[in-house]
Design a protein around this ligand. Structure first.
Ligand code: PEP
Length: 274
């Protein structure tokens, strides 16, 4: 049993690169090739799952490069309808058609810069799962919310409302990414492994209340927020952390691969495999 009272379970480490609105076609090509090649020669790669989420315009391009590699393709968003008059939007069916396995939903940049509500994110989660996409649902408090001791309430709300009508049977296709907003990006403050561990424990406890302890032990919870090669080992070994969602460092193949390596070492230590 771990200090949070959960029976230890063997979950896998899942490392995902979120390229956000970065790269040109040429840069995306180079980055995808370098990651696929680097993964190809990496020992222990069977111990982690790895995916990259390029911008929409480069999904097909990157998907072609990743074919036959052990790196999966993911998208950064979708619109929760199959098709229709939704100018400028991208459907889950289109993402599946392009070879996407995963979709990131509820990212804090979409919540806070684009005003996405928990209800809208929930709609996306349900539609994505129905369409056959696996979901990476991001949750996390702002700096003000943390200072006001609202972290638990915010995480609870984002989880409960984000997963409305998501049945326990599909939870193996849902990954949670804990991403404190204050720790994200170039201006983010690095979280301590203790803060990360505490938040992951809150999330797992909420999960236990929603879906039972067995599901809570099984759910993969990534950490995201300024994860870099230098801090990857300490973040990934924090209790309850199952890999990482990476922004900035995922734009550099050497840095991304170094974080994957840290994930492999952690998996080896804990006897995890993908
Ligand atoms: C993110 O935005 O998902 C993220 C974790 O970014 P960064 O790694 O740059 O903090």
């Amino acid at each position: 049993m771990n200090p949070q009272g959960f029976v230890d379970t063997v979950r896998h480490n899942f490392i995902v690169g979120n390229w956000k609105m970065h790269t040109t076609a040429a840069e995306a090509t180079q980055l995808a090739k370098a990651i696929a090649n680097g993964m190809g020669v990496m020992s222990g790669k069977d111990r982690v799952s790895v995916a990259v989420c390029p911008p929409f315009p480069y999904l097909a391009l990157v998907g072609e490069i990743l074919k036959g590699s052990c790196v999966a393709l993911g998208a950064q968003n979708l619109y929760p309808e199959k098709e229709g008059a939704f100018t400028g939007e991208v459907s889950p069916t289109m993402l599946r058609d392009l070879g996407c396995i995963y979709v990131i939903l509820g990212h804090s940049e979409r919540r806070h810069k684009l005003g996405e509500s928990d209800a809208f994110i929930n709609q996306k989660v349900r539609v994505a799962l129905t369409a056959g996409l696996d979901v990476i649902l991001c949750v996390g408090e702002t700096s003000d919310q943390r200072k006001a001791n609202q972290t638990e309430a915010v995480l609870d709300r984002q989880l409960v409302q984000g997963l409305v009508d998501v049945p326990a049977e599909v939870l193996t296709r849902v990954t949670i990414a804990y991403e404190p907003v204050w720790a994200i990006g170039a201006s983010g403050h690095e979280a301590t492994p203790q803060q990360v561990q505490d938040a992951h424990s809150l999330i797992r406890r909420r999960f236990a209340r929603m879906y039972g302890e067995k599901s809570a032990q099984a759910v993969v919870i990534q950490y995201g927020g300024s994860v870099k090669p230098e801090n990857a080992a300490s973040m990934l070994t924090a209790n309850g952390v199952d890999g990482a969602l990476i922004g900035g460092a995922s734009l550099h193949a050497d840095q991304f691969l170094a974080i994957v390596r840290a994930g492999i070492v952690e998996a080896q230590t804990k006897g995890k495999s993908a």
